[in-house]
Design a protein around this ligand. Sequence first.
Ligand code: CA
Length: 229
Amino acid sequence: MPANILLVEDEPAIQELIAFNLEQAGHHVLRADTAEQGLSLVKNALPDLVLLDWMLPGVSGIDFTRRLRSDERTKTVPIIMLTARSEEPDKIAGLESGADDYITKPFSPRELVARIKAVLRRRAPQMTDDVVDVNGLRLDPTTHRVTAQGRPLDLGPTEFRLLHFFMTHSERVHSRSQLLDHVWGDHVFVEERTVDVHIRRLRSALEPSCHADLIQTVRGAGYRFSVQG
Ligand code: CA
């Protein structure tokens, strides 16, 4: 499950080492030396996960976390904090500020990759390889196959990601801007109308097996994937 990971770390050697290991594990890494830089990257595209050093020059890791948590758009982004052993007592404060997990330096690359996977599984189910099945509609992220009552459906890559996101976040209303963030990874340069185009395509692919009604339009708010009519 390749994820877009924002790495905020001011020490060049550690940044390099972490980025190398994450890329080896198949992730795409965006790097920032400071929290300010990290925030401006987040403004452009919402990452799947933030890996954040505690001790940063300027805005601290804790303040960065608080800022992400207080903004509607970024409040659910999974955050893992990197702390030095000497900062042990601060871990509690880190978790209280809204981080999902923390890792103590020095850590093994293997541990880091495993912790990322665990946090994504918990916080971003669309990032995992688990098969999802709703009312006979079955999506397998590993093989990239979708079947309806056992029959294969032909979906484009965007419709696939859209359906995967919906199936792992059902019964909730998602605005167009939220869908752009989570499915396209870009809410600045893609028009909201694009969402409607792909919703239409997805519905027509689901039409023959009578699954199109799972995708509901919520007037003035966005879209919802729901098994309740
Ligand atoms: Ca540091």
